[in-house]
Design a protein around this ligand. Structure first.
Ligand SMILES: CC(=O)N[C@H]1[C@@H](OP(=O)(O)OP(=O)(O)OC[C@H]2O[C@@H](n3ccc(=O)[nH]c3=O)[C@H](O)[C@@H]2O)O[C@H](CO)[C@@H](O)[C@@H]1O
Ligand SMILES: C=C(OP(=O)(O)O)C(=O)O
Length: 420
């Protein structure tokens, strides 16, 4: 099993190109199910989750290939789909597989999708996806671990989800594009990946207004057509590199980055003492000297993202002072704490809050990645720790970061992938 070996203490210099967003790529690959015409996605990141999604779509009879000449491009064709099913074996490694449910039901009138099950950061139910599709007229049974959904044709409805849900909003948005009449999604998620998906759907002929706000209106159409769409840059990958440079020190330009998608994180980094200069499609970050510990609370966009909580906590571990980190989205997203403590961090967890008392230095050790962003926080901690840090179980990292260690090596980090 692959591990990362990091020798800490190097400052980071140079530039890094940010990849396409995982959380936009996954729903957008699934959106290709909504049409019988070819769909081209550009700026598709090279991630395990993308590979899993392509495998899932191929298993249904969709042709889904990366272009050999242009490897960041994927061409999908769901014209010959013959099996509207997502089996457990493919779904279990990736919760975002639930995103095939809305499109399959809307275009084929039926879908059988395995329930995704729990995962390390929390129980993550999909009741709101089901409730929304039922409001659109779907008959849904949950049997033998599968969601079995049927609808002759979905019909528009007004749907208010109990909480803000990102993939829930995406599933219902995709389903509504082919429903009969108007759908209004209230309490919709506003994460940048939602307007990106909506723009792609509009390019396919969908009629959508209000995306990027908490009320999205969709007028259903009879059919959608093919499109070529560019995926937005990954704001979480970008935020991860911002934290890494701020913590390790140095001067790095992140290219193909969207500062306007990261306002809350950039504000906190500036409060900590990092220098951040936002350009048109790049961000320059300079870290010089010890940062100040900064408290924050995760919440829905545009507030501080839960997907950046672990990485910013790593930075707080070596900052001056004490910070309170409150997680409000997932009930079990502090799994990195015990591993950071193994590196010498001082952190106490009380319910949804972790109190981090900054220390002068961390010391390298062997640690274990427990989920995707936890892995990234351990990499950041390894970059600032004295001596060698070995991060085990990095298949979590590979799920959502495109060649992270190569990108870090490119800016001067001493990091390598090993088998031992
Ligand atoms: C592929 C993708 O885009 N993943 C992101 C998406 O996950 P995902 O879409 O799974 O997360 P949600 O926004 O749905 O979850 C928010 C909260 O609502 C709860 N909930 C959600 C749906 C539901 O039917 N019932 C329910 O109770 C969840 O358990 C969680 O506590 O948004 C999360 C929150 O920004 C991010 O951390 C993930 O990176
Ligand atoms: C939690 C995450 O992803 P997923 O929803 O795909 O598990 C994440 O990207 O941090």
């Amino acid at each position: 099993m692959d591990k990362l070996l990091i020798r800490g203490g190097r400052r980071l210099h140079g530039d890094v190109t940010i990849s396409g967003a995982k959380n936009a790529a996954l729903p957008e690959l699934c959106a290709a199910l909504l049409t019988a015409e070819p769909v081209t996605l550009r700026n598709v990141p090279r991630l395990q989750d993308v590979n899993t999604t392509l495998k899932l779509l191929r298993n249904m009879g969709v042709s889904a290939e990366r272009s050999e000449a242009l490897p960041d491009q994927v061409v999908l064709d769901a014209g010959a789909l013959d099996k509207p099913e997502a089996p457990y074996d493919l779904v279990k490694t990736m919760r975002a597989s639930i995103l095939v449910l809305g499109p399959l039901l809307a275009r084929f009138g039926q879908a059988t999708v395995s329930l995704p099950g729990g995962c390390a950061i929390g129980s993550r139910p999909v009741d709101q996806h089901i409730k929304g599709l039922q409001a659109m007229g779907a008959e849904i049974q949950v049997e033998h671990g599968y969601i079995v959904a049927k609808a002759k044709r979905l019909r528009g409805a007004r749907i208010t989800t109990d909480m803000v849900t990102v993939t829930g909003t995406e599933n219902l948005l995709m389903a509504a594009t082919l429903a009969e009449g108007e759908t209004v999604l209230e309490n919709a998620a506003q994460e940048p990946e939602i307007p990106d998906l909506a723009e792609m759907l509009i390019g396919m002929g969908a009629r959508i207004e209000g995306h990027g706000t908490s009320r999205i209106r969709i007028q259903g159409v009879e059919r959608l057509h093919g499109v070529a769409h560019d995926i937005i840059p990954d704001r979480i990958e970008c935020g991860t590199f911002l934290c890494a440079v701020a913590a390790a020190g140095g001067d790095v330009v992140l290219k193909r980055a969207r500062a306007d998608h990261l306002d809350a994180v950039i504000e906190k980094l500036r409060e900590a003492g990092a220098v951040i200069e936002a350009g048109g499609d790049s961000i320059r970050v300079k870290g010089n000297g010890r940062l100040k510990a900064v408290s924050f609370r995760t919440s829905e966009y545009p507030a501080f993202p839960t997907d950046m909580q672990a990485q910013f906590m790593a930075l707080n571990c070596v900052a001056d002072g004490t910070a309170k980190v409150t997680e409000t989205i997932f009930e079990n997203r502090f799994m990195h704490v015990n591993e950071l403590v193994r590196l010498g961090a001082r952190i106490e967890v009380d319910g949804h809050t972790a109190v981090v008392q900054g220390v002068e230095r961390l010391s390298g050790a062997t640690v274990m990645a427990t989920d995707l962003r936890a892995s990234a926080s351990l990499v950041i901690a390894g970059l600032v720790a004295e001596g060698e840090t070995r991060v085990d179980r990095i298949y979590h990292l590979d799920r959502g970061y495109d060649q992270m260690e190569a990108k870090l090596r490119g800016i001067g980090a001493d990091i390598e992938r090993t088998k031992a």
